[in-house]
Design a protein around this ligand. Structure first.
Ligand code: AP5
Ligand code: MG
Length: 232
C-alpha cells in the first residue's frame, strides 16, 4: 500500500502525450473517490472561459510547447489547497519539468501532505501517434475516447455526461510530433528524479485500458475493491 499511515493518497501520473494519463486517472478518481487534477484540463477550461491565464497559455498549447513554469505552478498549487483535495489527489500531466516537481514537493510539504507514488505509463512512440490521431474528447467532463480503441456508446456523445465530443486542436499530426519531442526532452528526466526518491512505478501502458487499470491498482496495492472504501 503506497498510502501514508493517514490514508491520504497523492499520486502523480507521468507518461507521454497519449500514454493514457487522462483515461486512467478518470477511472481511478471514481474508484478511489479522490479528485483528478489535470493541468491540461485546467488550461483548456481557462481558454474556454477566456481568462487572462487562458489567453497566456493558449499560444504555447497550440504550438505543443509547455506553458511556462511560473504560470503552471501557481495554477496547480492553488488547486491543491481546495477542500476536496484534503484526502488526496491524482496529478495528471503535472509536474512536467524538474522545477515543477520541486515546487510540488515544497507545496505538499507546506500543506502537510506527502507524495505516495509516481505511476509512469510506458507506451511506444508509434502507438502514441495512433492513439492521439484517433482521440475524441468530451466538451463537458473532459473524458477521452478513441475511434477504434475506446469508442463512445453513441457516436459523437459522451457516455458519462452526453455532451458533444471534439478533437483537440493540439492533436494535429505536426503538433503531436512536437509535443512528443518536448516530452522526451523536458518531462522524461522526471523518471530519474522520482526513481532517486524511490517513488517511481513503471506500468506497461500498451495493454488494454482495463488491464492497465488493474496493473496500476496492483502497484498501488489497492487491487481489492473492498479496499476502495478506505479512500472514499
Ligand atoms: P495535456 O492535456 O496534459 O496533454 P498531454 O500530456 O499531451 O497528454 P494527453 O492528454 O494528450 O494524453 P493522455 O496521456 O491524457 O492520454 P489519454 O488518456 O487522453 O496537456 C496539453 C498541453 O497543455 C501541453 O502540451 C502543454 O502545452 C500544456 N500543459 C499541460 N500541463 C502542463 C504542465 N504541467 N506544464 C506546462 N504545460 C502544460 O489517451 C489518449 C488516447 O488513447 C485516447 O483516445 C484514449 O481513448 C486512448 N487510450 C488510452 N489508453 C488506452 C489503452 N490502454 N489502449 C488503447 N487506447 C487507449
Ligand atoms: Mg490527457
Amino acid at each position: 500500500m503506497v498510502a501514508g499511515a493517514d490514508s491520504r493518497l497523492y499520486l502523480i501520473f507521468l507518461g507521454a502525450p497519449g500514454a493514457g494519463k487522462g483515461t486512467q486517472t478518470a477511472m481511478l478518481s471514481q474508484a478511489l473517490g479522490i479528485p483528478r487534477i489535470s493541468s491540461g484540463d485546467l488550461f483548456r477550461e481557462n481558454i474556454k472561459n477566456q481568462t487572462p491565464l487562458g489567453r497566456q497559455a493558449k499560444a504555447y498549447i497550440d504550438r505543443g510547447e509547455l506553458v511556462p513554469d511560473a504560470v503552471t505552478v501557481g495554477m496547480v498549487i492553488h488547486r491543491i489547497a481546495e477542500d476536496d483535495c484534503v484526502r488526496g489527489a491524482l496529478f495528471d500531466g503535472f509536474p512536467r519539468t524538474i522545477p515543477q516537481a520541486e515546487a510540488l514537493e515544497a507545496a505538499l510539504a507546506e500543506q502537510g501532505k506527502t507524495l505516495g507514488a509516481v505511476v509512469d505509463l510506458v507506451v511506444d512512440h508509434e502507438i502514441l501517434l495512433e492513439r492521439l490521431s484517433g482521440r475524441w474528447m468530451c466538451r463537458g467532463c473532459g473524458a477521452s475516447y478513441h475511434l477504434a480503441f475506446h469508442p463512445p456508446k453513441t457516436e459523437g456523445k459522451c457516455d458519462t455526461c452526453s455532451a458533444e465530443l471534439y478533437q483537440r486542436e493540439d492533436d494535429r499530426a505536426d503538433t503531436i510530433e512536437h509535443r512528443l519531442l518536448v516530452y522526451y526532452r523536458q518531462t522524461a528526466p522526471l523518471q530519474n528524479f522520482y526513481r532517486q526518491r524511490g517513488l517511481l512505478y513503471q506500468v506497461n501502458g500498451e495493454q488494454a485500458i482495463e488491464a492497465v487499470q488493474e496493473a496500476v491498482l496492483r502497484v498501488l496495492g489497492v487491487s481489492q475493491p473492498a479496499e476502495y472504501a478506505g479512500f472514499g
